[in-house]
Ligand binder design. Structure first.
Ligand code: PRX
Length: 659
């Protein structure tokens, strides 16, 4: 490879501040900071321009933005189809034979599969016709429970093509989680696979899916043959994907969808035990997906974009499907674990395929840094041009390693803040404008605005921690509601500071230059290895064991995963704690949620601190585990329990290393 280009330079005065150099600026789609001003003068006109320039519409809109806070709509009356925008319009250009998806399977000996835009077009059309033939129509919900194989993008786009609403469930979630989501969404069809490889092991996905289907509304199941496990098909319910595909008509006319028609539902964890079905609609979501991909990752036609997120998370939806494909970009997707079969796998893939943009999570960065900090140096990573981080705050040490060792000190890092609810990135620096500062995510994306408020809802002073909120006009890609629970939408996001303030659930600080430093969740949501989990879901899972009286779960800091759950468990009278029982409780979590939610530690206790009204004080449990000052505990219903807990967790009384 030719001499690697350099894209950033250090600030002449300030330490740890980087700016795009001339080469980066001349290549970047946006390189002039006046874009922020232009957008903020008239945000709706700005988004209107972007929607028009970025997407192909069947019919234009009559009104750009309409709001009755906390409800709002974008591009009213506009009609478009997401699959048309991701596939057809590229097939009508020179991109017809451009690679859309480069799929890297986990087993090393298995060939890489490349789907061009033409291939994708063919597959999406056939699968869309198949869905129609099986009785799926506009507005029907389709469950997708697939690993990282190209059929997952085909399935999503096929749904979008006929106006069906997809609800993708992470393939490592348990049967019980899948069942809850299928039931809540009222899905009538499920697309899954016989199995997939994870760390060399064949996972039987069909068995998990079968267990989930009982008592749901799912009438038909389409199975992708990934492993050839020889699974049993249930007559008149189960069909092989490849057989249906071969029988299907080659063209399916895309359904013109209203801009505000639902594109997908994606379940995420909130502060209660019941996951929320986040609703995203078509026009606004796609506009934000397109422009954030283009400007934040600065994607060009010669780039190879690799986002390591699984499709089951929102990052996978927006940056492993709708964003890059609506742009006509080439993306790489990888089936396996980043550390399998060896710790250099990620770097090997970057080298082999010439990945130019790598978007990943701090947890993966920390894990690979820890196992062997010099390993990336053994690979040729000079194709890399831009790096991205998402899902949790990135600490300075991990940032520096990512920047120096992976990026060779040449590549900007975009630290992108967003949520399942926001649909696309909302806070980040723009790589052609800068600055790039470790641990500072950056500014609100042009055309959006965030504030930091104090307890009373007043703007917090510069540099002080407060509540991160978004103010109108709300970004076009924002959620439009929670499936089947309109009240929860208002209560969760718009009750703290009123309907004009979308409350993110995160704490943050406003830094110099209108940039934000994200601190993390202020509620009972955990981010474990970047995965979003609720303490209540874990507590319910543990408390479902017949020997458990009550459980309280809190997160504690972890060197690699960022945060891990610790469970405090009160057993029923007469039950003795044993290692066997601990294993059974972990199994309960596996069954209810999946192995990603396993508690790092189970502490058997006689009681947990409670307020006089009986509410568990998780804050005190958290402080006990983090060796932080506990404050006044005398107002508790049971202050004596604190002493017992102190000795159980080895509390040292002041800030120190976490246990
Ligand atoms: O706490 C924030 C954290 O992830 C939460 C959203 O999680 P989820 O809906 O699973 O979406 C993750 C991927 C978009 C946020 O409320 N978070 C996300 N990005 C960052 C972050 N925390 C710090 N820095 C980030 N860049």
């Amino acid at each position: 490879m030719a001499k690697p280009s350099k894209w950033v330079e250090r600030d002449k005065v300030k330490e740890n501040v980087y700016w795009p150099n001339e080469e980066m600026k001349s290549r970047a789609w946006v390189h002039d900071a006046s874009i922020y001003e232009e957008a903020s003068k008239d945000p709706t006109a700005f988004w209107s321009r972007l929607a028009k320039e970025g997407l192909d519409w069947v019919e234009g809109w009559s009104e750009v933005y309409q709001a009755k806070p906390p409800h709002f709509k974008w591009f009213l009356g506009g009609k478009l189809n997401a699959s048309y925008n991701c596939v057809d319009r590229h097939v009508n250009t020179w991109r017809r034979n451009k690679a859309a998806i480069i799929w890297v399977p986990e087993p090393l000996g298995e060939p890489v599969r490349t789907l061009t835009y033409m291939d994708l077009y063919r597959e999406v059309n056939r699968m869309a016709n198949t869905l129609r033939k099986l009785g799926v129509g506009k507005g029907d919900r389709v469950g997708i429970y697939l690993p990282m194989i190209p059929e997952v993008q085909v399935a999503m786009l096929a749904c979008a093509r006929i106006g069906a609403v997809h609800s993708v469930v992470f393939s490592a979630f348990s049967s019980a989680s899948l069942k809850d989501r299928l039931l809540d969404a009222g899905a009538k069809l499920l697309i899954t696979a016989d199995g997939y490889y994870r760390r060399g092991k064949a996972i039987n996905l069909k068995a998990q899916a079968d267990a989930a289907l009982k008592d749901t509304k799912v009438e038909k199941v389409i199975l992708v043959k990934r492993l050839g496990l020889g699974v049993e098909l249930e007559k008149s319910r189960d069909y092989w994907w490849h057989e249906l595909r071969d029988e299907a008509e080659p063209y399916c006319s895309p359904e013109p969808m209203d801009s505000e028609d639902i594109l997908f539902i994606l379940y995420t964890s909130g502060t209660t035990g019941k996951p929320k079905g986040i609703i995203h609609e078509t026009g606004g979501y796609l506009t934000q997906a397109y422009w954030t991909t283009r400007w934040i990752f600065d994607v060009h036609d010669d780039d190879l974009f690799w986002c390591t997120s699984d499709i089951g998370w929102v990052t996978g939806h927006t940056y492993n499907c709708y964003g890059p494909l609506s742009l006509g970009a080439t993306m790489l997707i990888y089936e396996g674990a980043p550390d399998y079969p060896h710790y250099g796998r990620v770097w090997e893939i970057v080298e082999e395929h010439g990945v130019t943009i790598l978007y990943t999570a701090p947890t993966m960065i920390r894990m690979l840094m820890k196992v062997d900090p010099d390993l990336p140096r053994k690979y040729d990573l000079t194709s890399l041009r831009l790096l991205g981080s998402v899902g949790e705050p990135i600490n300075l040490e991990a940032w520096k390693w990512f920047f120096e060792v992976v990026g060779g000190g040449r590549c900007p890092i975009v630290d992108t803040w967003w949520q399942t609810e926001t649909g696309g990135i909302l806070i980040s620096s723009l790589p052609g404008i800068g600055p790039i500062i470790p641990t500072v995510a950056g500014r609100s994306f042009p055309g959006t605005k965030h504030l930091i408020l104090d307890e009373e809802g007043r703007p917090a002073p510069m540099g002080e921690e407060g509540y991160l909120v978004q103010i109108p006009p709300f970004a076009p890609g924002m959620l439009r509601g929670i499936w089947g629970d309109p009240k929860r939408y208002v209560d969760t996001y718009f009750s703290q500071f009123g309907p004009e303030y979308y409350f993110t659930g995160d704490g943050a600080r406003m830094m110099e230059g209108e940039a934000f430093r994200i601190i993390g969740r202020l509620d009972d949501v955990l981010k474990v290895a970047g995965h979003r989990l609720s303490t209540a879901e874990l507590e319910n899972a543990i408390a479902s064991h017949p020997k458990v009286a009550e459980a309280a779960v809190v997160g504690v800091p972890h060197e690699v995963k960022g945060e891990v759950p610790v469970a405090f468990v009160i057993l029923k009278a007469g039950v003795e704690p044993t290692p066997e029982l601990e294993r059974e409780l972990v199994k309960k979590v596996d069954e209810a949620i999946g192995p990603i939610a396993r508690p790092e530690r189970v502490v058997f206790v006689t009681d947990v601190p409670k307020t006089r009204s009986g509410k568990i004080m998780r804050r005190i449990l958290r402080k006990l585990l983090r060796n932080e000052p506990l404050g006044d505990v005398t107002t508790l219903m049971n202050p004596e329990v604190v002493e017992e807990l102190k000795s159980l967790v080895g509390y040292r009384g002041s800030r120190g290393a976490s246990p």
